[in-house]
Design a protein around this ligand. Sequence first.
Ligand code: NDP
Length: 259
Amino acid sequence: MNRLAGKVTMVTGAGRGIGAAIALAFAREGAAVALAELDIDTARATAERIESEVGGARVLAVRTDVTQSAQVKEAVEHVEASLGPVDVLVNNAGINVFCDPLTMTDDDWRRCFAVDLDGVWNGCRAVLPGMVARGSGSIVNIASTHAFKIIPGCFPYPVAKHGVIGLTRALGIEYAPNNVRVNAIAPGYIETQLTLDWWDSQADPKAARAATLNLQPMKRIGQPQEVAMTAVFLASDEAPFINASCITVDGGRSALYHD
Ligand code: NDP
């Protein structure tokens, strides 16, 4: 409790899934939380849930499309006017774009990078001037184990997620002298709508789910709150010397060569 007391935080894609879990965990730890989300209805629903579960929570839902740099800048200005300077930004919004490289359309390539990489940069660019000026801040980018492991047929999502790690490392080094830390989290399979949709897109969703679970060393996939607990740690003052780094949250899956 209160590991983030007094901090103003902003989480993109916070209407559901991992983003919603991070926003709830931040509020439980005493942070004011801005939910920056494409779908304002899901953001408001998450805000109501947080308010009902966390007494006295300061929560703000802001409609934001992370692909639009001007919208992200405006959202940050709105949050700062309402809640105060942003101490912590979590760039969580992301989409799966899984294609065969040579049949992928230009549009598939562009929409993947627009959300999964440009979206992260747009968030960083909007909060960094204030963080640098204040001499403190923490940015947490939600990458993926696809940032260092490849599954055939999942192109170009892993290319964008590799980019998220590069961006994290570059900005972490660039602004370390200003006491601004930039880190990433690489989740493995986490049970969210994104994952359910992927299973449903397979010829036999039940068999696809069973195959996924069987690949996991812990014989289960992760829960959104298990990523959220790592985000709390990285965002908090408990991780002052962790910078330009990435924490993997995948139950050991990416360390496994084969059974
Ligand atoms: P979900 O699809 O459940 O949630 C993603 C959220 O991001 C949705 O609320 C979505 O809004 C929002 N969003 C999408 N596009 C935009 C945009 N342009 N601007 C603002 N918000 C947007 O995904 P997860 O919670 O599963 O994933 C969250 C992050 O974690 C992503 O970056 C994903 O790549 C990463 N990740 C997830 C894993 C998993 O197994 N679930 C594994 C590894 C990484 P809307 O519903 O309106 O589209």
